[in-house]
Design a protein around this ligand. Structure first.
Ligand code: ATP
Ligand code: MG
Length: 351
């Protein structure tokens, strides 16, 4: 098989981690008889600063032809966050109907957790976050009502289609994993959206009788992500709650430099996009020390998404082995001194 992968290296350490990892992806793919062609798009904040737009007008048409998208990071000290978000990330997620954001949280062997008493292998869960609607629906307004009454209204939109899509994705994952799903809500305080969510959980679970369902309020869940992370398997949450919980999930596993994510189009009609959870990290840009593992694992998720399980498994495996091996190089974010290239070389040597 042969795949066209669009790459958007983006800003800051984005290009460093993407450029370093592409040869590894090619190497692993080739060993499985899989051909990959990378098409690089140099979109991002530098383009915005030069030309006033993060991407060209025909960007989505160009991306649409690819089988999947690999993104490094976007973000720049001189460009406001809403510009990078609304100028690149959100249009791709929305136009390609990437309703599912999938973020695994794994505490690997050989990695120290900030949680006392936890060691490698103890934590392994995945959060499915609704990615295109909910609390981030961009519906609302600001008004002056009457004399001296200024109000702002921000409306959450939960569609049956969107909510069912994220729930089904999560149930399917739970079925393939340990069979345990935790649904996160705030139904006690949000009588419309979250009660609707709960009702849909009850409806959808009929189709997945083997999956055990637990329902948690988001405040309790935030506590439990720290108190008993080992008990989670698949977690499903709305856009806002998922956003918050996935940051807790990322830090519990030791470093932002290890956390991958996918923005998945369920129908396969449009390409899905994979990216490390971390941002552009301006504080370490240009030093060649960014940990490439989050990008390698994002690539692993990408290959699984296009149907190349073997390539995906090999990438997960080399990461596991290198992290577990005391004699292998360790990047600075995990307490060592190995640079980006050295880490990729170490992974490559394991193949
Ligand atoms: P952005 O505005 O693009 O989100 P940021 O600085 O807000 O950038 P991150 O890029 O996520 O956020 O960085 C948070 C911290 O984690 C920084 O100190 C950064 O150096 C560190 N970090 C992020 N990614 C990596 C990585 N791949 N390797 C090592 N350290 C990283
Ligand atoms: Mg940030």
């Amino acid at each position: 098989m042969s795949y066209e992968i669009a790459t958007i290296p983006g800003d800051g350490i984005g290009p460093e981690v993407v450029e370093a990892t592409l040869p590894l992806f090619e190497e692993v793919a080739e060993s499985h008889g899989v051909e990959v062609e990378f098409t690089e798009y140099d979109w991002g904040s530098d383009r915005y600063l030069d030309e006033g737009a993060m991407m060209p007008d025909d960007a989505l048409d160009r991306l649409e032809k690819s089988d999947a998208i690999l993104l490094g990071a976007v973000g720049h000290p001189e460009v406001p966050d809403h510009v990078t978000l609304h100028g690149l990330l959100l249009p791709i997620r929305k136009e390609f109907n990437q309703q599912v954001c999938e973020r695994p949280s794994i505490l690997f062997e050989g990695v120290e957790s900030p949680l006392a008493g936890y060691e490698g292998g103890d934590v392994d869960f995945v959060v499915f976050r609704e990615n295109t609607e909910g609390e981030y629906s961009d519906v609302g307004g600001r008004e002056h009502v009457g004399f001296d009454h200024e109000i702002a209204i921000q409306t959450s939109v939960f569609t049956r289609q969107g909510t069912e899509a994220i729930l089904r994705a999560a149930f399917e994952a739970a079925q393939e994993r340990e069979g345990h799903l935790t649904s996160i809500t705030k139904s006690n305080a949000q009588a419309y959206s979250m009660v609707f969510w709960d009702e849909l959980v009850e409806e959808v679970r009929e189709d997945y009788p083997d999956v055990e369902v637990e329902s948690l309020l988001v405040d309790a869940a935030s506590m439990d992500f720290i108190r008993r992370p080992e008990e989670f398997d698949v977690v499903v949450a709305s856009n806002l709650f998922g956003d918050i919980l996935t940051d807790i999930g990322a830090i519990v596993t030791g470093s932002m430099g290890l956390a991958p994510s996918g923005n998945v189009n369920r129908s396969g009609e449009y390409p899905s996009m994979f990216e490390p959870v971390h941002g552009s990290a301006p504080d370490i840009t240009g030093e060649g020390v960014a940990n490439p593992i989050a990008t390698v694992l994002s690539g692993a998720m990408l290959f699984e998404n296009v149907g190349e399980e073997g390539v995906s498994e090999d990438l997960w495996e080399v990461v596991r082995e290198v992290l577990a091996d005391d004699s292998a190089p360790t990047p600075p974010d995990l307490g060592g001194s190995a640079g980006t290239e050295e880490m990729v070389d170490a992974l490559s040597e394991r193949l």
